[in-house]
Ligand binder design. Structure first.
Ligand SMILES: [Fe+2]
Length: 170
């Protein structure tokens, strides 16, 4: 799957993975956008149409999306430099955690809940979503295991939620 041959329809997760794998081999399309910041995750929109959007993200070890889902979108992530950690929440047990290194990619459907953090201070990844991201679910897991979902805009930077402990005051 290449940019130039995108079908006029929603892509499934395998097609999205093929797209990020192809883009990973074409650094001339994204290399100039690479930049890093500890304070806010650096990102750049590479492509967006009616059916798919593609982003370049740059990570240090301080960059953390927090737990989130992608609402109705499937997605794929290809790491092109450094490494990311992908975690999946497990209720009542240890969360899953996998390191994804340069040259590796993964894909997921709308049911997927994860959290991405930089595993190195120079990680670069390419992300594709279909349908294009519009809303996301951002999760907060309290110390006693309560999980809450908040709908956020794709234009808001994902970050760990820091909700007041005493939400009963609201
Ligand atoms: Fe995500």
């Amino acid at each position: 799957m290449t940019y130039e041959a995108l079908p006029d329809r929603t892509l499934d997760k395998r097609e999205l993975q093929a797209l990020v794998d192809d883009l990973a081999t074409r650094p001339e399309l994204w290399r100039e956008q690479v930049a890093f910041s500890d304070e806010e995750r650096h990102y750049a929109s590479l492509y967006r149409d009616e059916y798919v959007d593609v982003w370049l993200l740059c990570w240090t070890r301080r960059n953390d999306t927090g737990w989130h889902d992608h609402d109705i979108s499937s997605g794929a992530v290809g790491v092109v430099q450094g490494a990311l950690t992908e975690s999946n929440p497990r209720i009542g047990g240890s969360h899953l955690s996998v390191t994804v290194g340069a040259g590796e990619s993964f894909c997921f459907g709308p049911e997927h809940i994860h959290r991405l953090t930089g595993a190195t201070d120079d990680a670069v990844s390419i992300h594709a979503y279909s349908p294009p991201l519009w809303r996301l679910g951002q999760y907060d897991i309290t110390e006693d295991g309560l999980m809450r979902r908040i709908s956020v805009s794709y234009a808001d930077e994902l970050r760990p939620l820091d909700l007041p402990v005493d939400s009963s005051a609201a």
